[in-house]
Design a protein around this ligand. Structure first.
Ligand code: 13P
Length: 250
């Protein structure tokens, strides 16, 4: 089981191989292995190999891929399969990030196929769920996140073990400087765990649920200390190695 808290950096489309190496040099020098937490870095796919090489002597740091295609191979220009990501060093897969959903039009059905692909290669995967501001204002948050959870896991629920992770990222909090309060985030995490329990019984107890959305050096410790927040998924504030060290040490 992954040690908690789980601190995950999602670099999005930042840090090609050269910048990734520079980041990892600073990060590895400044962050020593710790028994009481798990650190994950999701670089862009083109930087997976570079980051994996840099972290070769640091099995405490997991490297993940931000997105996969569901097919093993084929005529899918520009895509990366789960098999290819694993071959490049990924040991975790992000599925259904809100930017995939809302910028690239990814559907719940496509997320479900990606979860199947992640399970096929035997890698832990982190399904992201989260409501948009209009959905929140319409009181639809719980409907949206439970639908994303249920439909995303539709074909793999029977396989789910502690290797599965969930991330709650309210879309209105991503990159906006607005953060869900620890209480609000806890409440949604509690709801998500109840839904998971309804789906897979007591296996839900072990599933980490991470919060993401404008996490920074100043709010990381408070958020991660809140009930039911098992870790953080961090975008902008993870791009600078110095600030990322402060967050993982939080
Ligand atoms: P920010 O931390 O930049 O708000 O991004 C959150 C996110 O989308 C992480 O996956």
């Amino acid at each position: 089981m992954l040690k908690r808290p789980i601190l995950a950096a999602n670099w999005k489309m930042h840090h090609g191989p050269t910048a990734s190496k520079t980041f990892m040099e600073t990060f590895l020098a400044g962050y020593q292995p710790r028994e009481d937490r798990t650190v994950v870095v999701f670089p862009p796919a083109v930087s997976l190999t570079a980051v994996t090489w840099m972290a070769a002597s640091r099995p405490d740091i997991l490297i993940g891929v931000q997105n996969i295609h569901w097919a093993e191979k084929g005529a899918f220009t520009g895509e990366t399969s789960a098999e290819m990501a694993k071959d490049s060093g990924a040991s975790m897969i992000l599925v259904g990030h809100s930017e995939r959903r809302h910028v690239f039009g990814e559907t719940d059905a496509q997320c479900a196929k990606k979860c199947v692909a992640a399970a096929r290669v035997g890698l832990p995967f982190m399904l992201c769920v989260g409501e948009k501001i209009d959905q929140r204002e319409a009181g639809a948050t719980s409907d949206v996140v439970t639908r994303q959870l249920r439909e995303g896991l539709a074909q793999v629920a029977n396989l789910i073990s502690a290797d599965f992770l969930l991330a709650y990222e309210p879309v209105w909090a991503i990159g906006t400087g607005l953060t869900a309060t620890p209480g609000d985030a806890s409440a949604i995490h509690t709801l998500l765990r109840a839904e998971l329990t309804a789906m897979i019984g007591t296996r839900a107890d072990d599933i980490p649920i991470l919060y993401g959305g404008s996490v920074n050096v100043g709010n990381a410790a408070t958020l991660v200390a809140a009930p039911e927040i098992d870790g953080l998924l961090v975008g902008g504030a993870s791009l600078d190695a110095g600030s990322w060290i402060k967050i993982v040490e939080a």
